[in-house]
Design a binder for this molecule. Structure first.
Ligand code: V47
Length: 368
């Protein structure tokens, strides 16, 4: 009976998906309130295919690096950030970072470095630009996916200049694209509760808008599973969709499930999201974001077995080999921090899909 009910509720949405029509806020709420997980997954997969998706599932061979965990913001969801004097605080020099990247490159020949940091108030724009210049010179073939919009905004404050000026300096230094972090949830109510020191969402959007205009592609995320409502999740997705209509430079969306360990919220009794919520977010994202080409099932966040299932819920990317991840590990992730290519290939194949190794810009490098 429950299944029949769900099919009836989803029927008008299915018609829109089949006709290639855009879903609205109310459709988004209907989807996210639906508990028929399999019906949602099937619909999201249909949407992916109607919009031109095939059996390919992408992954990138990458390396995660962090320059500094020192951060001025103190977001309540974060277990990674430290103040400068706190135990475990670090700020690496450009030379230290390059040495680590080059040593790792000898082992794994990655094509991308992904770098996200704290908003360190004790450095300047040159600190960030220097590492890009040195990495570009040491590893000229590697794409540098560096600095979230929040960090770019922070640099503009540090330096007293515009987002565009910061992005131009970084692009000249070797920046290839921006990771999608810092978005959290755009609702001001939630932002005040979980990240009161963080920039206004308009600033986050302004950075991405500027990056897209300068020809710098970016990624986008949403942090869910804390104090936000379903309405606020859908509103977040629609704001991203609107930005993509305007500037078109988002490559992929990555839903990020809140990990509470070692955060203020753990002390308040918050728990990890369930698998059902994670799959639902993948499906609803795919359905609502009709103009963002890829949805990542981030295995660091959901584990590889769940990421494999997410490939039938609208996701077409499992992110990468990663090697060393700190942000989710600090907050209780148990997924490990590295996947070797054969394991990613096996996981994708056994989901009935075609594994495709991509570069950051989704150019195909190899298929199995
Ligand atoms: O903005 C921090 C999130 C983001 C926690 O672009 C947390 O491909 C859950 O930018 N529980 C930074 N999430 C990471 C980031 C990212 C990650 C994966 C892929 C990409 C991409 C970018 O991590 C932050 C915040 O939303 N985060 N702490 C936590 N405890």
């Amino acid at each position: 009976m429950a299944v029949l009910d769900a099919i009836d509720t989803l029927a008008p949405i299915r018609e829109k998906v089949e006709a290639g029509e855009r879903l609205d806020f109310e459709d988004g709420l209907t989807l996210i309130e639906c508990d028929d997980l399999l019906a949602l997954g099937e619909l999201a997969d249909l949407a992916r295919r109607v919009r031109g998706g095939g059996d390919e599932v992408y992954f990138v061979q990458n390396l995660y690096l962090n320059q500094t965990n020192v951060c001025r913001v103190k977001c309540k969801f974060c277990a990674f950030a430290r103040t400068r004097k706190q135990e475990g605080a670090y700020t690496l020099s450009a030379d230290e970072l390059v040495e680590e990247a080059v040593a790792q490159y000898e082992r794994s020949r990655f094509t991308e470095i992904h770098c996200v940091n704290g908003e360190n108030p004790h450095v300047d724009l040159e600190f960030y630009a220097e590492v890009l210049r040195k990495l570009r010179s040491a590893l000229p073939d590697v794409h540098l996916k560096f600095y979230t919009a929040s960090e770019i905004h922070h640099m503009s404050k540090l330096e007293g200049c515009t987002h565009e000026e910061v992005l131009r300096v970084l692009k000249d230094a070797g920046l290839g694209s921006l990771p999608g972090g810092g978005a959290e949830i755009f609702s001001e109510r939630v932002r005040r509760l979980i990240a009161p020191g963080k920039e206004h969402p308009d600033e986050w959007f302004h950075v991405h808008d500027t990056a897209h205009r300068l020809g710098i592609p970016t990624h986008c995320t949403m942090l869910y599973g804390h104090v936000e409502t379903y309405e606020e999740r859908i509103d977040h997705l629609l704001r991203l969709r609107e930005q993509q209509d305007a500037s078109g430079g988002f490559l992929a969306f990555i839903p990020l499930a809140f990990h509470p360990e070692n955060t203020v919220f753990e002390r308040r009794g918050f728990t990890f999201t369930t698998g059902a919520d994670d799959l639902k977010m993948i499906a609803v994202s795919r359905l609502m974001l009709d103009n963002i080409p890829h949805i990542k099932a981030y295995w660091i966040m959901m584990g590889l077995p769940m990421a494999q299932i997410a490939l039938h819920f609208g996701a077409d990317d499992v992110q990468g080999t990663v090697v060393r991840e700190e942000i989710f590990q600090a907050a209780g992730a148990t997924s490990g921090t590295e996947q070797k290519i054969p394991e990613l290939v096996r996981t994708i194949r056994e989901a009935g899909r075609i594994p495709v190794q991509r570069d950051t810009l989704y150019n195909e490098l190899r298929r199995w």
